[in-house]
Ligand binder design. Structure first.
Ligand SMILES: *Cc1c(COP(=O)(O)O)cnc(C)c1O
Length: 358
């Protein structure tokens, strides 16, 4: 597909951009351009554009505004030491976007077009990919239902978009351990949308997240919706449990957990370290017992944004417990270094996970 190019008439000045890149934070600064592609029943995907990042026009009756027909992805572009720009397993994000689309009754975007959209945006906003240690350009592809119609059925018009913004080193000096709050709310029920990356899941997680913050914790932990017993995941990160006998457990993908690409990559890397990684249900009571007996050495949370983060403390209505010393564990730090080393082109990419894009 041909992309129409409209260059930004007044992009952010070099000096201002450099100042932003020196301290980007997360999610508040954006690059100069964006991609949009339209879909209609008759024409399929068409009208691909890379142009100035600006507000979009939506009819107030657009389906996304009423019934939340919206899905998104999140991935990062890294600047390698030789100046080239690389993505980490972007085809996996393309595939997952389509799985989310299937669940939300939205059209699939060809995987090649997903990658091409990223290539087009990086080509015009290359200067926004930071080179500082630990920094990256966070890419946010998403799709919304734009048809103006209030009846309840899948919309007949969609817009795919891609925006991007620089992200700093999440943790400047090694990852500190986070404290998590066990929510009484649930994130996803069997048959629901837990495995889809859709805005609606996040909307439903905001009250529990606010509750976790108000109690002084960093993240919210969700248990399963049926028995309220099995550990599922954090608000936006998957979990791994590391034991003293070489076993590592992560909750299985039963449809209520988001299938993280970091999760899949860690399963592979941990197995290559000789660990016995199992996708098995793990209960909150067992977690507490194993932490207290010392059988459990570490717990790590993982996702694109924070990469791999140690969990130090777990708290709920009936008390709290500490994991290991409460600080970052050895395996967590080691596997984080391996993963980020591959992403940054500093370690051999033996799995062909890295795609050079610019
Ligand atoms: C995106 C996301 C993750 C992590 O997925 P990655 O592909 O590793 O970034 C985990 N849980 C939820 C709920 C998510 O939305």
């Amino acid at each position: 597909m041909e992309f129409q190019h409209i260059t930004h008439p007044s992009p952010i000045a070099d000096a201002e951009r450099e100042a932003i890149l020196a301290n980007p934070g997360f999610g508040t600064h954006f690059t100069d351009h964006m991609v949009s592609i339209e879909w209609t029943e008759n024409a399929g995907w068409h009208d691909a554009k890379v142009g100035p990042r600006q507000p979009i026009q939506l009819d107030p009756a657009a389906a996304v505004l009423h019934y939340a027909q919206e899905i998104f992805e999140g991935l990062k572009a890294y600047r390698h030491a030789d100046g080239t720009i690389a993505l980490f397993r972007p085809e996996e994000n393309a595939k997952r976007l389509n799985k989310s689309a299937d669940r939300l009754a939205m059209p699939n975007l060809p995987e090649g077009l997903f990658i091409e959209a990223i290539r087009q945006l990086i080509a015009v906003d290359k200067a926004w990919v930071p080179s500082a240690e630990g920094a990256s350009l966070y890419l946010r592809p998403f799709m919304i239902a734009t048809e103006a119609f209030l009846g309840v059925r899948p919309a007949k018009r969609y817009k795919f978009m891609l925006i991007a913004g620089p992200a700093g080193n999440y943790f400047k000096s090694g990852a500190p351990a986070v404290s998590i709050w066990i929510s009484d709310y649930t994130r996803a029920a069997p048959g629901g949308t837990g495995a889809a990356k859709c805005g609606g899941n996040y909307a439903a997680s905001l009250v529990p997240t606010r509750e976790a913050f108000a109690r002084g914790h960093d993240q919210v932990l969700f248990l399963d919706a049926v028995e309220h017993k099995w550990v599922e995941e954090l608000g936006g990160m998957n979990l791994f449990f590391v034991f003293d006998d070489g076993k590592v457990v992560t909750p299985p993908l039963t449809g209520t957990i988001l299938p993280g690409i970091t999760r899949a990559s860690l399963i592979q890397l941990l197995r290559e370290e000789g660990l016995d990684v199992r996708e098995e249900p793990y209960s909150i009571d067992q977690w507490r017992a194993d932490a207290e007996s010392g059988h459990l050495l570490e717990t790590m949370a993982c996702g694109t944004a924070a990469v791999v983060t140690p969990v130090g403390k777990v708290a709920g209505e009936d008390g709290e417990f500490t994991i290991g010393s409460g600080g970052p564990g050895q395996l967590t730090s080691k596997i984080r270094e391996r993963l980020t080393g591959i992403q940054r082109g500093e370690l051999a990419d033996t799995h062909s996970w890295v795609m050079t894009i610019g």
